[in-house]
Write a protein that binds this ligand. Structure first.
Ligand code: DON
Length: 332
């Protein structure tokens, strides 16, 4: 007897955000509630970041239909830094396929700081995951293109499609980072030694450092996130930026490793994939619904925005986003 046909139904995360008035009032409540929080330190390893205004604070919620709810400094530009990592991984995952991307980069949490060298040494095959520096540099080395200029154009154009507008590199941030990124350069050479860097190390570092220097706003990040939340289609431009099958893979690595060694406690409290960056940007994605982006430069000791995390601890369940929250059928 022939086996029955394999069902082809797609399983997707569904549900809706609350209505616009409720979102607006919750975003405003989060902003007012958390604005006074004074914890954390602004990154000071380069002047361009050290000069950031510690009191700057913005929130933007974007849904997959293109509505945006903003408050505070949501239109203030800052360098995207590590929040670029999930988007560059999305390009590579799309180009290579999910299985090959996982085999070449790894997708397991390291439990170690974002710039850990030991993380690469602890695994026999030299892989980590695309959310920490080693795995992100390896990811950038797999971006399609010949030479740094070609790869960089591909990264910039693709991240611009995620944002729905042309993104530009902050040359001052790039030059400062390029003058101080010896640790990342060391990681790139170490990866090359393990056979886990897939282009010339200097080329990978140049493109990685440029991708981190792209200027975005919280609003841009929210729409970039909403694109990953909505099957890879930008809510406003309607462009299919990456395939729908790539999106859950990207969200999975964000959930397990997006906040580095704090990823477990983040998932425990917030129940959503997230990603932080050293300039104070933070992005949280609710599959099938939308994304929340925040900007606030003071960071905890793992490099995650203090106010950004508090905003999501405030909003996740109030907006009905926690992926692990459920209700008894008797209460529906
Ligand atoms: O690779 C670096 O050192 C930085 N340009 C980006 C790292 C980063 O954003 C870490 N995040 N919290």
């Amino acid at each position: 007897m022939n086996p029955p046909p394999i069902p082809t139904a797609r399983f997707v995360s569904t549900g809706t955000l609350p209505g616009p008035d409720e979102i607006r009032s919750l975003v405003e409540a989060a902003y007012l509630h958390i604005r006074g929080e004074a914890g954390g330190q602004v990154a000071d390893y380069i002047p361009a970041l050290a000069e950031a205004d510690a009191s700057a604070f913005g929130i933007c919620v974007a849904n997959i239909h293109g509505d945006a709810f903003m408050i505070g400094d949501a239109a203030l530009p800052f360098s995207i830094q590590s929040v670029s990592k999930p988007f560059v991984f999305a390009l590579v995952c799309d180009a290579l396929g999910a299985a090959e991307a996982a085999a070449q980069l790894g997708v397991d949490a390291t439990g170690l700081p974002f710039n850990s060298i030991m993380a690469t040494e602890l695994r026999a095959d030299g892989t980590s995951n695309p959310m920490v520096n080693a795995g992100a540099i390896a990811t950038t080395s797999l971006v399609p293109g010949i030479g740094a200029a070609d790869r960089w154009q591909h990264v910039r154009q693709s991240l611009s499609r995620f944002a729905g507008r042309e993104l530009e590199c902050d040359e001052r941030v790039f030059q400062s980072e390029a003058g101080t990124n010896q640790r990342n350069a060391g990681l790139a050479h170490l990866l090359r030694g393990h056979g886990r860097l897939y282009c010339d190390p200097d080329e990978a570092i140049e493109v990685y450092t440029r991708q981190c220097s792209l200027l975005v706003t919280a609003r841009d990040l929210a729409f970039m996130g909403a694109t990953l939340a909505g099957g890879g289609v930008h809510p406003l431009t309607g462009q299919q930026v990456v395939s729908a099958t790539t999106c859950p893979r990207v969200l999975a690595v964000m959930a397990t490793a997006g906040l580095y060694e704090r990823s477990g406690s983040w998932l425990y409290d917030v129940g959503l994939p997230g990603k932080s960056g050293v300039s104070g940007g933070m992005l949280t994605i609710a599959p099938g619904k939308g994304a929340v982006a925040t900007f606030s430069p003071p960071l905890d000791t793992a490099g995650n925005s203090v106010r950004g995390q508090l905003v999501m601890r405030f909003l996740s369940e109030r907006l009905g986003l926690n992926l692990f929250a459920s209700d008894s059928p008797a209460h529906r």
